[in-house]
Design a protein around this ligand. Structure first.
Ligand code: KG4
Ligand code: ZN
Length: 360
C-alpha cells in the first residue's frame, strides 16, 4: 500500500491505496472552506496552521483504519511500501506541512518517498480505483490555479498545449462570487445561482447587464483569458449598485452568474473546438479527452464538453465528482505509476515549489 498526502492549498487529505489493484482503501479530507469563506479567498498562513492540525488527526484515523484491517498495534504501518506527497505546484507554506509529514514518515518507517506534481495528480483522479490508465490522453485541467490543455502521450511524457494568460477558470468564479458577496469557493455557488436563471431574459440584449462577451472570440491562438470577462461582471455590478444600491436581488445574482458562466464556458468550448479541429486535421486525431480539476465538477461545463466530444467522436473521461477537487486519492493513484518505475525522491533533497517544475 501507498500512503499519500495532499496539502497544496486548503484541503488536508490523506489516502491509502493498494498498489496491485489501485483500490482506494482509505480516504479522508478535511476542507478549510468555511474558515476561508469569511475572507473571500484562501489565506495561506491560516491554511498552513489548519493543515498542521488536520494532517496528524487524519493520520491517526489512518492508523485506526490499518488496525481495523488486523495489523498489530506495534506495526500499524507495516503494509506500507512508500509515502507519496504533493510537492508542487501550490502554496509553498501549505505544501511544506504535507512534505514535512511525508519526510518524517518515510524516515521513521524506512520507506521510499514519492514526490507528486499536483497537476499530474488531477489527471490521475480519472484512474482512482482503476488498475490501468488510458494514454494517449488530451486533458482540460480547470482548477483554482490553472486552466490548461495538456497532451499526455504516456505517464511521463506530458506537455502543455494552451494556458491562461491571466486568471484561471476556477479563480474567475471565485472572484465573481466575491464581487457578489456570495462566499468562497465561488465555483459551486455561482453554478447554483446560474441554475436559477430566467432563460428568457438571459440573452436579452436590451438589458445592459447582459452585454458580456466571450473572451478571445476572434483570436486563433490556443490560449485562455478570464480577466476581461471578470471586469465586465465588475462593471455590471457597479452600474447596478449606482442605480439600486448594494442590495442584490436573487434574480439579479442568478442572471449575472448565468451569463458569466455561459461566457466562461463558451470560451473554453470555443478553444477546445479549435484544438479538436487542429488535431482532426493532423496525423493524431484525439481518441480520449478528459476534464479534471476542481472546476470540472461544473455540470454545465461537463454537459457542453460532452456534446462537443460527441460531435468529434472523442471518448470523454470524467472523474467522479468527489475526486474533482483536491484529494490525496489522486496523489496515491499517481504515485503507483512512479512506484512501479522505482521513481523515488531523496528525502534530504526533495523540495516544495509554488510552480510546476517536473511536469513540463
Ligand atoms: O482543483 P481545486 O480543488 O484546487 C486547485 O488545485 O486550485 O479547484 C478549486 C477551484 C476553485 O476555484 C473553485 O471555485 C472551482 O475549482 N470550482 C468550480 C466548481 N467547483 C469548484 N468552478 C466552477 N464550477 C464548479 N462547480
Ligand atoms: Zn487542485
Amino acid at each position: 500500500m501507498i500512503l499519500s498526502i495532499e496539502s497544496s492549498c486548503d484541503d488536508s487529505s490523506i489516502a491509502i491505496t493498494e498498489i496491485s489493484s489501485a483500490k482506494l482503501l482509505f480516504h479522508r479530507k478535511i476542507s478549510q472552506e468555511l474558515v476561508h469563506s469569511a475572507y473571500g479567498g484562501v489565506v495561506p498562513e491560516i491554511a498552513s496552521r489548519l493543515h498542521a492540525q488536520a494532517l496528524p488527526q487524519i493520520l491517526n484515523e489512518a492508523k485506526f483504519f490499518l488496525e481495523g484491517l488486523g495489523y498489530s498495534s506495534t506495526h500499524f504501518f507495516s503494509p506500507l511500501k512508500a509515502i507519496a506527497v504533493t510537492t508542487e505546484p501550490g502554496l509553498n507554506i501549505t505544501l511544506i506541512e504535507g512534505v514535512m509529514m511525508a519526510k518524517t514518515l518515510a524516515l521513521a518507517l524506512n520507506l521510499p518517498l514519492i514526490a507528486i506534481n499536483h497537476l499530474k495528480g488531477h489527471i490521475y483522479s480519472l484512474f482512482i480505483n482503476q488498475k490501468s490508465t488510458i494514454f494517449p490522453l488530451s486533458t482540460l485541467l480547470v482548477s483554482g490555479g490553472h486552466t490548461l490543455i495538456i497532451e499526455a502521450k504516456n505517464s511521463t511524457d506530458m506537455c502543455i498545449i494552451a494556458k491562461s494568460m491571466d486568471d484561471s477558470f476556477g479563480e474567475s468564479f471565485d472572484k465573481v462570487a466575491r464581487m457578489l458577496l456570495l462566499g468562497y469557493p465561488g465555483g459551486p455557488i455561482v453554478e447554483k445561482y446560474a441554475q436559477m436563471h430566467n432563460e428568457s431574459t438571459l440573452f436579452n440584449s436590451k438589458n445592459k447587464i447582459f452585454s458580456f462577451s466571450i473572451p478571445l472570440k476572434y483570436s486563433k491562438e490556443l490560449a485562455f483569458s478570464f480577466s476581461g470577462l471578470k471586469n465586465s461582471v465588475r462593471l455590471a455590478i457597479l452600474q447596478h449598485s449606482q442605480k439600486e444600491g448594494n442590495k442584490f436581488t436573487q434574480e439579479f445574482v442568478a442572471q449575472i452568474c448565468a451569463k458569466f458562466q455561459y461566457c466562461a464556458c463558451e470560451h473554453l468550448l470555443d478553444k477546445l473546438k479549435r484544438y479538436f479541429i487542429q488535431k482532426a486535421e493532423g496525423d493524431n486525431p484525439i481518441k480520449y479527452f478528459s476534464i479534471v480539476g476542481g472546476a470540472s465538477a461544473n455540470l454545465y461545463l461537463r454537459e457542453q464538453i460532452s456534446k462537443l466530444c460527441e460531435i468529434f467522436k472523442v471518448k470523454l473521461l470524467l472523474a467522479p465528482l468527489e475526486f474533482c477537487s483536491d484529494n490525496a486519492g489522486m496523489i496515491g493513484r499517481a504515485a503507483i505509476e512512479k512506484y512501479r518505475r522505482n521513481d523515488f525522491s531523496q528525502i534530504s533533497t526533495v523540495q516544495t515549489s509554488p510552480k510546476s517544475t517536473e511536469l513540463f
